[in-house]
Design a protein around this ligand. Structure first.
Ligand SMILES: Nc1nc2c(c(=O)[nH]1)N[C@H]1C(S)=C(S)[C@@H](COP(=O)(O)OP(=O)(O)OC[C@H]3O[C@@H](n4cnc5c(=O)[nH]c(N)nc54)[C@H](O)[C@@H]3O)O[C@H]1N2
Ligand SMILES: Nc1nc2c(c(=O)[nH]1)N[C@H]1C(S)=C(S)[C@@H](COP(=O)(O)OP(=O)(O)OC[C@H]3O[C@@H](n4cnc5c(=O)[nH]c(N)nc54)[C@H](O)[C@@H]3O)O[C@H]1N2
Ligand code: SF4
Ligand SMILES: [Mo]
Length: 678
């Protein structure tokens, strides 16, 4: 059939991804789906989806045999995953009864709420917060498993970590510095189109030679955790070459004088020693960046190290010192919230429903909390697969196995986490309900349009929590607000007139016609209103007043540093249950530098085991110079239950150590011993 014979529905991928691709659902005239493909009109993805979504959206994501279709109630022991179907009414009544009992007898703070970005859409991602605000449950702070160190570190310096540069300004940039992000996996279309089309010199700072690093003009393959030292070393080169912008500093920066000595001391020789990089490479990168105009993209991977908050402050120091701000082609970005587009979506969470300050813990403390009956009587997990993604996998499993813990999971699939649930409630996917999406890179807004019916009795998150609220006896008007009312309230704030109908026609709309200049007015939401290299607020929070030229040392003798970033074949743990995706994945592989392999007598295919105090994991060795000596690479995202030998993934080795700031995860700081097995 020709394309015009299909009914086309435009929607948007709502996964946790910089790209937020436009999607076209091609439907047959009888209403059945022919295929889910990329939207040709979408400026970022230009008609293609990434490999993983192209497979999964035509695979497990729409497979009624794999998707959850009815509410399920546990009949077997915890962990076995044996359930019987029950009606929504029965599930809601029992769950509400148990939660009300716990709240009344022990306190609602004994109910833990874990959630993250299964869908990043506005309503399905945030409406459920209304329920937890009203309940007063303990929030397992979502960003602590991902990027909170970066948020905290950057906020000290520039006041707002969720308002980065407008990517449209790349055409004016001479240099783009990608620092600790891997666009080739985590932003595949920005990797494919935006970076090369910018015409800018691309510099990548990353311990792994991923595809974007290989395509870059310069790749600084530094030792993991040495970013603070590198930022100071680059600032040193700028200083020695007259490229520190003193006029800019005078007008807009607080505290340069407090780091100037450390910058002067960060010689090329010293920086090379700390980072493992060649001095000439540091110099070339520093000169290109400092001359500018330059964009600095701070990746989420980079801040997942022990001193990740400090690393962000050090990078922001380099950015400020070189005056790469307030002009076309210049800026710094971690990510962009809806606020970067002048839109406030906070009301979707209805914070006013919380009668007192909500208790919160870090994901790093989740296993502790679950192993302590005085801290937890129930857990509700939605948009999040904690058994695959959170640290301390063995202890987490033990906690979830507690017979006296009441567990509810809201999911599309049966996962390693749902296996421990008392109730599993079937969620509708983003293809199955109307919603909105604010991409976290581009300054755009996108329609999420209901393209197909949910399988069986599955419902969108917001409907599940509306139903639960009703069963709990909550009569607040916030639970009666409809999806369409929320969509209209959000779109009313967009700078140009935009109805949901218009948006659905277009798919994605740029919020501003003109390219935006970040910090054009040079005001910053810091206490001084300026860029704060020295921060009294950081000091009051117990940190150094200024960023430090820090580098982690090498791992202890006999141990390796294990990096576990994103693979291009899964979205966190999502899609690892899709057979076609699994065919593409290399399986449980550990990448190791030839130098280390020789020492340990390892060849391609050698079965090995990584182990530390937390646990152990069997893997197959693969030799490559893509990693640095002393570091190993094991991708995140495998499903523990699908690993036949170990029933675990890389998080079985993750002790859940906290970063210097934000109680956040330093998963790229994990260390383990390696031994040959078999
Ligand atoms: N395909 C795919 N895309 C994804 C995801 C996925 O799982 N798969 N996950 C999504 C999510 S939730 C997020 S948060 C983003 C994350 O996307 P990214 O920001 O790209 O983060 P990571 O993949 O964790 O790591 C990025 C890079 O950081 C590097 N890194 C590790 N330690 C250090 C260090 O000490 N210094 C420096 N400079 N670099 C270091 C790693 O080698 C890696 O190449 O991606 C999103 N997109
Ligand atoms: N070792 C290691 N571990 C990591 C990381 C790492 O780099 N290394 N990265 C960390 C990072 S950055 C993050 S963000 C976390 C992410 O960790 P998770 O939040 O666990 O991410 P996913 O594995 O994608 O799980 C999301 C779940 O939501 C479900 N889902 C999708 N759409 C919906 C929906 O509409 N409704 C509901 N109810 N469910 C839905 C999916 O089926 C999936 O099981 O993992 C962290 N874990
Ligand atoms: S995960 Fe990212 S690259 Fe893949 S389809 Fe979704 S938005 Fe596009
Ligand atoms: Mo993340």
């Amino acid at each position: 059939m020709a394309r015009e014979d299909f009914i086309e529905i435009k929607t948007t991928c709502t996964r946790d991804c910089y790209d937020s691709c436009g999607i076209t659902v091609l439907k047959n005239q009888d209403g059945s789906v022919h295929r889910v493909v990329g939207d040709h009109d979408h400026a970022v993805s230009r008609g293609s989806l990434c490999g993983k979504c192209a497979l999964a959206y035509n695979g497990v994501w729409r497979d009624p045999d794999v998707r959850l279709k009815t509410p399920l109630k546990r009949v077997g022991p915890k962990g076995e995953g044996r359930f019987e179907p029950v009606s929504w009414d029965e599930a809601f009544a029992d769950i509400a009864g148990q939660l009300n009992d716990i709240a009344a007898s022990k306190g609602a703070d004994r109910i833990l709420n874990t959630h993250y970005t299964g869908t990043c859409s506005t309503i399905a991602g945030h409406f459920p917060d209304r329920f937890f605000n009203r309940l007063g449950a303990t929030e397992v702070d979502p960003d602590t498993v991902c990027n909170n160190a970066g948020h905290v570190g950057l906020t000290y310096v520039i006041g707002n970590s969720a308002h980065g540069f407008d990517p449209a300004t790349a055409k004016d940039a001479d240099c783009i510095l990608v620092w600790g992000a891997n666009p080739s996996a985590s932003a595949p279309h920005f990797h494919k189109h935006w970076l090369p089309d910018s015409g800018a010199q691309v510099i990548v700072v990353d311990p792994i030679a991923h595809e974007t690093a290989k395509d870059a003009d310069l790749h600084l393959q530094l030792n993991p955790g040495s970013d603070g030292a590198l930022a100071f070393g680059m600032a040193h080169v700028a200083l020695m070459n007259g490229l520190v912008d003193h006029a800019f500093i005078e007008a807009n920066v607080v505290g340069w004088d407090e780091v100037a000595d450390a910058v002067e001391a960060a010689t090329l020789e010293r920086t090379a020693g700390l980072t493992g990089l060649a001095p000439e490479l540091i110099e070339r990168a520093a000169l290109a960046y400092a001359k500018g105009p330059s964009l600095m993209w701070l990746g989420q991977g980079m801040q997942r190290q022990k001193m990740g908050g400090n690393a962000f402050r050090a990078c922001a120091m380099l950015w400020a010192a070189t005056g790469n701000a307030g002009k076309p082609g210049a800026g710094i970005s971690f990510l962009n919230g809806a606020g970067a587009r002048g839109v406030k979506t906070g009301f979707v969470s209805a914070p006013q429903l919380a009668t007192s300050r909500r208790p919160a813990i870090s994901h790093m403390d989740l296993a502790d909390a679950l192993l302590d009956a005085a801290q937890s009587s129930a857990i509700i997990c939605w948009n999040n697969n904690i058994m695959a993604s959170s640290p301390e996998q063995n202890r987490l499993r033990e906690g979830l196995a507690r017979e006296d813990l009441f567990t509810v999971c809201i999911e599309l699939f049966e996962t390693d986490t749902t296996a421990y649930a008392d109730y599993v409630l079937p969620a509708a996917s983003f293809l199955e309900a109307d919603d909105l999406m604010f991409p976290y890179f581009n300054y755009t807004v996108s329609a999420v349009a209901k393209a197909i019916e949910p399988p069986g009795e599955a419902r969108p998150n917001q409907d599940i929590f509306r139903g639960l609220a009703r069963a709990m006896g909550y009569n607040d008007p916030e639970f009666a607000e409809t999806d369409r009312e929320i969509i209209d309230r959000v779109l009313d704030q967009v700078a140009k007139p935009l109805s949901f109908e218009d948006l659905k026609q277009a798919g994605t709309v740029r919020v501003y016609d003109e390219t935006q200049i970040q910090f054009a007015d040079m005001t910053f939401q810091t206490p001084s209103g300026k860029i704060e290299i020295a921060s009294a607020r950081a000091e009051a929070d117990g940190h150094s007043r200024v960023p430090l030229p820090h580098a982690d040392g090498a791992a202890d003798a006999g141990r390796y540093r294990v990096l576990s970033p994103a693979t291009k074949w899964t979205m966190n743990s999502s899609y690892a249950n899709d057979p076609k995706v699994r065919e593409q994945m290399e399986g449980a592989v550990c990448f190791i530098h030839p130098q280390d392999a020789t020492t340990d007598g390892i060849a391609d295919g050698t079965p090995i085991e990584l182990a530390n105090d937390q646990g152990k994991l069997a893997l197959t060795a693969k030799i490559t110079t893509d990693v640095t000596p002393g570091s190993l690479l094991v991708y995140k995202g495998q499903w523990p239950s699908l690993h036949e030998q170990s029933s675990a993934n890389i998080n079985v080795l993750n002790p859940g150590d906290k970063t210097d700031m934000g109680e956040s995860c330093c998963v790229h700081g994990v260390e383990a011993e390696l031994r040959v097995i078999g």
